[in-house]
Design a protein around this ligand. Structure first.
Ligand code: AMP
Ligand code: MG
Length: 369
């Protein structure tokens, strides 16, 4: 069982973030990933329920900002943790090098159109924080033509304040900004780059830019540290997530998302007594208009209604290849047969349950395929 929770990783402007002493390989008290799977799946189910309420209530918008060095696992975290959310209430924005049009405006300009409406969640895969990260490391502001009055000001220092003010403005007007820094070690980044080069289906992820930016590692670490220390507030905290173990980063982000939604505590909207009376009248007339008796709708079977299926699929995807291989070997079956069996399993709470279910399946059931 993990013991640490998310508090050790939360920065609200009081304690200092020291990137040199931060343990990127922390596993929060877990012995290994298998101990964390059940909680991960449960968190996803709870997040799913809370998002439905958030959307129904339409009271508050939420932005989850993700920043990290290359190969720290941003895309994987976003894919796995937000996978169970209903697509109608969530949108991901990937911010790249600004276009010519974007560069001709102030650096916050391109983010306004990505702000969530109340009830919605925006995921910022990179953000205006790039302007105090890559923008600071390479002094990109020096390439811009600026009014004379800006020549002697510390532009990066000003941006920290501007960003804090921007986020406070959003908070005060109904949108929460939660910031997540996936902190990976230099060694682990090297391993992931090597794996991307060695694995054909990961080749597309490598870019020459990544290799170039790695040479500025120390400058980036300084920029990340100062960013967290300059822009953490109690209303718009930073979470620095240990990211050397992908499973632990994903679990921790699921905890952060869950804690954020629990704090918002969205409620199903209730209708007034007058409205209730009106709809009860309407109900009566609807029932009277039916040709036969009214019967309540059938309950959906779990495999059509329960997002747990989806959650289990996510866990499964990570490990799927390995499990299928293991079981196929043990049962001397073709991979296709095991895949089919996996599909038949209705609700699976955890990876262990999944392995057990497949392993315990009667051989004759499998032979039918
Ligand atoms: P990726 O997310 O791997 O597709 O890469 C996107 C690239 O866009 C990264 O190298 C970022 O540093 C870069 N980028 C994003 N925002 C900015 C910005 N405001 N200024 C300069 N580069 C940026
Ligand atoms: Mg990249």
């Amino acid at each position: 069982m993990g013991t640490g929770g998310i508090d050790p990783y939360k920065y609200v402007g009081r304690k200092k973030f020291n990137i040199k002493t931060f343990d990127t390989s922390d596993m929060g008290g877990f012995g290994d990933r298998s101990e964390a799977v059940d909680e991960f799946v449960r968190n996803l189910l709870k997040i799913n329920k809370l998002q439905q309420k958030l959307y129904a209530e339409r009271k508050e918008g939420v932005i989850f900002v993700f920043q990290a060095m290359d190969a720290a696992g941003k895309d994987g975290v976003i894919r796995t943790v937000f996978n169970t959310l209903s697509p109608h209430g969530v949108k991901e924005y990937c911010f790249k090098v600004p276009s010519a049009e974007e560069s001709s405006h102030d650096y916050l300009w391109r983010f306004w159109s990505a702000l969530p409406a109340r009830g919605y969640i925006s995921i910022f895969n990179r953000s205006y924080y790039e302007d105090v990260l890559v923008g600071k490391v390479h002094k990109l502001y020096e390439n811009q033509i600026l009014p004379d009055r800006m020549h002697d000001v510390d532009i990066i220092r000003q941006r920290y304040t501007q960003i804090k003010n921007f986020e406070k403005y959003l908070y005060d007007t109904g949108t929460r900004v939660i910031k997540i820094f996936l902190n990976v070690s230099k060694d682990e980044q090297a391993r992931r780059f090597v794996s991307r080069i060695d694995t054909e289906r990961k080749n597309w992820k490598i870019s020459s830019g990544d290799i170039k930016e790695r040479q500025y590692w120390d400058d980036y670490m300084e920029a990340f540290e100062t960013m967290v220390n300059s822009t953490s507030t109690s209303i718009n905290p930073w979470y620095v997530v240990p990211a050397d173990h992908k499973w632990y980063a994903r679990l921790t982000v699921s905890r952060i998302v869950l804690a954020t939604l629990e704090e918002i505590d969205p409620q199903w909207p209730v209708i007034s007594d007058d409205e209730l009376e009106m709809v009860q009248e309407y109900r009566k007339s609807l029932v009277e208009s039916l040709s036969g008796e009214y019967e309540p709708p059938e309950m959906q079977l779990p495999d059509f209604a329960n997002p747990g299926v989806l959650a289990a699929r996510i866990v499964e995807n990570e490990e799927r290849g390995k499990i299928v291989e293991q079981i196929a070997r043990r049962k001397e079956l073709g991979f296709g047969a095991v895949e089919k069996l996996l599909e038949q399993q209705p609700v699976i709470g955890s990876l262990d349950a999944l392995i057990e279910a497949v392993a315990n399946a009667k051989d004759n059931r499998v032979e039918e395929f």
